[in-house]
Design a protein around this ligand. Structure first.
Ligand code: DTR
Ligand code: ZN
Ligand code: ZN
Length: 325
């Protein structure tokens, strides 16, 4: 079983290496998956989607905080904390059996990096991709923006590995650089794909701020089918949602959408003010921003609501398990 998996991984890795060279990506790192936590491989479905341990997501956020603390207080493009964050995420994915690639670009005179992680297997002509931006602003550690989305998709990727998932569709995860400078990394990634490669991405799901301390539950209303997957999940939990209207085009889904790829995503709110009606249905404080530390030095590991972080991360897993089946 283990041998078979290893051989399969290397074959897909070799195929990806050829594709990566065409795309100008650095050579991918391929590692065998660690020992399985269960002996059977799982076929994903909405019914088998795992509960993602929020403690693990919080542990990644603690690491991002420590990385910022050790690197001048931020994880911004062009600063050491960015690349250190990327190396942390990449290390976890490599050890879990993902095929990872680091894509370099230049912005404002500094080198930026995207991290792309492919789970070996599945139909690559129907790729389901989830992404988040890994850079903070210069002003702070960016734990909610967007450590939260970065940690949420990381822990979901690790759950794919733990479950030894055998999805019908191919699964890909992306951590983008320089979002805060104008979606630079995600634009670079989409631009680097040929028309044929773009056509293979059947959906892109974006997670930029999913742990806001005065939270809301916003669902992107771009692709109706993707919007429905998330709404169905929150309906099951009896949590009301609203359509995300705070930032159309303000995050990494925009380049994918512009390229004609169906997009969706979740958002727990940034600098807009929570209304009394929203406080009534979601709790928290009316008249206060969803994230009063948005783009500030106080966007630290204490700037997170664990409940919304847990629900939105579970929703990521639910969506991927359903869409990849
Ligand atoms: N792009 C984010 C903040 C942001 C504001 N509104 C939205 C809506 C949907 C996603 C993200 C956002 C940032 O990185 O600053
Ligand atoms: Zn931001
Ligand atoms: Zn953001």
């Amino acid at each position: 079983m283990r041998m078979k998996h290893t051989r399969h991984t290397l074959t897909v890795g070799a195929a990806f290496a050829a594709a990566a060279m065409t795309l100008g990506l650095a050579a991918p790192t391929v590692q065998a998956a660690p020992p399985a936590t269960s002996t059977t491989s799982a076929t994903p479905s909405a019914a088998t989607a795992p509960d993602i341990p929020v403690a693990n997501v919080k542990a990644h956020l603690g690491q991002f905080q420590q990385i910022a603390d050790a690197n001048g207080g931020n994880r911004a493009h062009g600063h050491a904390g960015y690349k250190t964050s990327l190396d942390y995420v990449k290390g976890k994915l490599d050890a879990a059996g993902f095929t990872t690639s680091v894509q370099e670009f230049t912005s404002s005179g500094a080198t930026g990096y995207n991290l792309i992680a492919d789970w070996p297997g599945g139909d690559t002509t129907k790729t389901v991709m989830a992404g988040a931006h890994l850079d903070s602003v210069d002003e702070g550690p960016g734990v909610n923006d967007d450590g939260s989305g970065s940690a949420g998709i990381l822990e979901t990727a690790l759950a794919v590995s733990r479950d030894r998932l055998k999805p019908a569709k191919h699964l890909r995860f992306g951590w983008f650089g320089a979002e805060e400078l104008g979606l630079v990394g995600s634009k670079h990634y989409v631009d680097s794909l040929s028309a044929a490669e773009r056509a293979k991405i059947s959906s892109y799901l974006n997670f930029d701020m999913i742990g806001s301390p005065n939270p809301g539950y916003f669902v992107y209303d771009d692709d109706p089918a993707l919007e429905k997957v998330f709404k169905d999940y929150f309906t099951k939990l009896s949590i009301p949602t609203e359509v995300e209207t705070e930032g159309d085009g303000r995050s990494d889904h925009a380049p994918f959408k512009d390229a004609g790829i169906p997009v969706g995503g979740l958002f727990s709110g940034a600098d807009y003010i929570k209304t009394p009606a929203q406080a009534q249905k979601w709790g928290g404080t009316a008249g206060k921003a969803f994230d009063a530390c948005y783009h500030r030095s106080c966007d630290t590991s204490t700037n997170i609501d664990d409940t919304v972080l847990g629900h939105q991360t579970d929703a990521i897993a639910y969506a991927l398990w359903q869409l990849a089946s």
